[in-house]
Design a protein around this ligand. Structure first.
Ligand code: NAD
Length: 419
């Protein structure tokens, strides 16, 4: 018997498996990618938050296993779904992976099963998409099986807040479903917060991500104004952050990245249309944030022009940091990719340095040594730790700093352009 089966062994599924395994549960990861499954069973991790030595110990001492075989779900008490929820090319929710997997689960559903959807999605997905597919098995929710939604709130690369200590929000189709799901999580994570429906739980996660998207757009817009007004916006944000209440600090940057914030808000936009409602904050934030790589290209162009008398088309540009955020190698939706596209389209010769991303196969590029003297301009896109950014300034490079990585040295240097 398996206590907990997790379908989808990615950024969400693997840390979730760790938390349940460490709480003494027998855990099975189900993934369609046979290579990933082999690596998991060999204790060889591809998720930076769960290093191989930790995964190896879980496999060896706690019986954590992985499989490609959905049939093994029959023997699980609980089935958690942690599968991707992307947008289609038309920027509409693409639930095909979750729905396809749910149909596979339905074929193996039995009385007593608890199913929890963890993937980020619009309010109504659990009730309107997952429930009918599971009930097509002939079993009934609340009588034969339990169904709930509980959003994953993990922030990959973060060590202070993890899958274990971030409170888990749970909302079931029935009160008994909520109780069952809450009891499962209470045995593994520090805090469980119940809500009265899956819709509330679904919207909770979207509210969190929309809140970030809107606030990032606000500081991105003000950063552009400050460039015209010749005010150091980073200093302003730091000063505002000294207010002990009523203000939360957000930093401008070259655009949104990652699987969540550039994508999730549009799940709600799409659903809202069904109710003749236009989510204007989400759209406006999307517009400002999506424009940032274009704005950053124009800053690079200005820096080359004023710093070197060069145009984009004759410049060698080093993009420093390409992952979507510091400390990890995750490239999903990274604004660095858009910026590289724009620089290449402008005729620049582009190289990159990133200690977490050795290759960018789609551009046939490999991370090059960090030698600023070899480039006309260094664009700091992602400020990984372990790089001495102030020393780069001292080496006289023309730097465009989208992260305030060069700090005070960059502020007073005439070879550094800051967002
Ligand atoms: N990554 C994050 O930081 C994060 C944080 C919170 C919530 N989420 C949400 O969690 C969900 C999962 O995201 P993720 O980042 O873990 O995705 P991921 O891409 O890292 O992992 C998904 C895994 O599912 C597997 N898979 C795909 N289709 C499958 C199928 N039909 N059957 C079995 N396995 C299949 C893939 O091989 C992959 O290993 C998404 O809805 C995402 O929005 C992600």
């Amino acid at each position: 018997m398996t206590d907990v089966a997790i379908v989808g062994a990615g950024y969400v599924g693997v840390p979730l498996a760790q938390v349940f395994a460490e709480a003494g549960r027998s855990v099975l990861l189900v993934d369609r990618d046979a290579e990933r499954v082999d690596r998991l069973n060999a204790g060889d991790s591809y998720i930076e938050d769960v290093p191989s030595e930790v995964l190896g110990r879980l496999v060896r001492d706690h019986g954590l296993r992985a499989t490609t075989d959905y049939d093994e779900l029959r023997d699980a008490d609980a089935i958690l779904i942690a599968l991707p929820t992307p947008l289609s090319k038309q920027r509409e929710p693409d639930l095909s992976i979750v729905n396809g997997a749910t149909e596979e689960i339905a074929k193996r559903l039995r009385a007593g099963h608890l199913v929890v959807l963890e993937s980020t999605t619009y309010p109504g997905t659990t009730r309107e998409e997952v429930l009918p597919r599971l009930e097509a098995s002939g079993l009934r929710v609340g009588e034969d099986f339990s169904l709930a939604f509980s959003p994953e709130r993990v922030d990959p690369g973060r060590e202070d807040w993890t899958t274990k200590n971030v409170p888990k929000v749970v909302g079931g189709i029935t009160e008994a479903c909520t109780d069952r799901a809450a009891a499962l999580y209470e045995g593994a994570v520090d805090t469980v917060h119940r809500v009265t429906s899956p819709e509330s739980a679904e919207l909770t996660k979207l509210l969190e991500n929309i809140f970030r998207s809107v606030n990032i757009a606000l500081v991105n817009e003000l950063a552009q104004l400050c460039e015209r007004m010749k005010i150091d916006f980073w200093e302003v944000v730091d000063a505002a952050a000294t207010k002990p209440f009523g203000f939360m600090s957000f930093k401008p940057g070259p655009g949104l990245g990652g699987h969540c914030i550039p994508i999730d808000p549009f799940y709600l936009t799409w659903k809202a249309r069904e109710y003749d409602f236009y989510t204007e904050f989400i759209e406006l934030a999307g517009k400002v944030n999506e424009n940032m790589p274009y704005y950053c290209r124009s800053l690079i162009s200005q820096a080359l022009n004023h710093g070197k008398g060069l145009s984009l088309s004759s410049a060698n540009v080093l993009v420093l940091g390409v992952a979507y955020k510091p400390g990890i190698g995750d490239m999903r939706e990274s604004p660095a990719l858009k910026l590289i596209d724009l620089l290449l389209a402008g005729g620049s010769n582009v190289s990159y340095h990133d200690p977490h991303v050795p290759e960018l196969p789609e551009y046939q590029l490999s991370s090059v040594p960090l030698e600023p003297e070899s480039f006309d301009c260094v664009a700091i896109v992602t400020d990984h730790a372990g790089i001495d950014y102030e020393a780069l300034v001292d080496r006289g490079a023309v730097i465009v700093d989208f992260r305030n990585a060069t700090g005070e040295r960059g502020r007073t240097s005439d070879t550094v352009w800051k967002l």
